[in-house]
Ligand binder design. Structure first.
Ligand code: PGA
Length: 269
């Protein structure tokens, strides 16, 4: 699929940026892109490995994938999924866990074998967290790597829960999957789900920058004025661990941004 058929396509920091008039169009194009990746990789190597995201942004993408599945145009029979992140600690049975989100909004509606949906486990005892995260990276490698990583972006420029840091670029790019303290902006944004700041977990488990950058294709979505500053910084500012999404330019030829007019206003018109 060529997303530029329904969008303005441009380039920033070596990455393709598709600007859609509204986010529904962008999400439909993103779902088509994912479905095509699954078809091509299944034909090529007998399976497809998807890195998936949570939050408000990808919800219309998942609705469209479910619709494609019902129409007989999208099968996940040979797909494995690895989610980007999970709160810590949290039970998978907690309705606010990302495991519950994925079950509710995607997994239960597809022909996806339950033992091929992977999320970091928010119940892992603290002393085993490092091993668990290392193992998650090894599982992905053992699957032959991620064919496609779907991403959103935080208002502070985070990808997954890789929050802004002062690390030098090489060290930031090598960050593995790990437990992190959540940034105050991220916790504030999570109040809409958790109800109050005291209820928002202080920590999370996140896929590292390194495995994200290693994906064979990266699709990042950002919609609305609240993401404008972060996206502009990621695409027009310097590459810095203070804006983790700006590090995507190190995989530039494999990255596609899908954004809407509201996000692009004033810097990518
Ligand atoms: P959102 O979160 O989709 O809920 O805006 C995106 C993110 O924080 O990565």
């Amino acid at each position: 699929m060529n997303p530029s058929q329904s969008a303005r396509s441009t380039e920033r920091a070596g990455q393709r940026v598709c600007v859609f008039s509204d986010h529904h169009q962008a999400c439909a194009a993103a779902a088509d892109w994912i479905a095509l990746s699954v078809r091509e990789n299944t034909e090529r190597r007998g399976r497809a490995v998807l890195g998936l995201a949570t939050g408000a942004t990808p919800l219309p993408v998942y609705s469209r994938l479910i619709e494609l599945h019902r129409l007989g145009r999208f099968s996940t029979e040979h797909v494995s999924t690895y989610n980007l992140d999970e709160y810590y600690p949290i039970s998978p049975l907690d309705p606010l866990s990302y495991r519950a989100y994925m079950h509710l909004n995607l997994f239960q509606h597809l022909d996806l074998p339950a033992n091929r949906t992977h999320l970091l486990d928010g119940t892992t005892p603290e002393e085993f967290v490092d091993d668990h995260c290392k193992q998650y990276d090894r599982w992905i490698e053992a699957e032959g790597g991620l064919d496609l990583q779907l991403l959103g972006i935080g208002r502070n420029g985070h990808i997954g829960f890789n929050e802004p840091t002062d690390l030098g670029e090489p060290r930031a790019m090598a960050l593995p999957t790990r437990r992190i303290p959540l940034h105050p902006t991220t916790r504030q944004d999570a109040v809409r789900e958790f109800g109050s700041i005291d209820q928002v977990p202080t920590h999370a488990l996140t896929l590292g920058i390194q495995p994200i950058l290693a994906a064979r294709s990266i699709l990042i979505l950002a919609f609305g004025s609240s993401k404008r500053e972060a996206v502009q910084a990621a695409l027009t500012g310097p590459a810095t661990s203070r804006v983790p999404a700006s590090l995507l330019r190190h995989s530039a030829e494999r990255v596609v941004w899908m954004i809407d007019d509201s996000c692009a206003e004033g810097w990518c018109d």
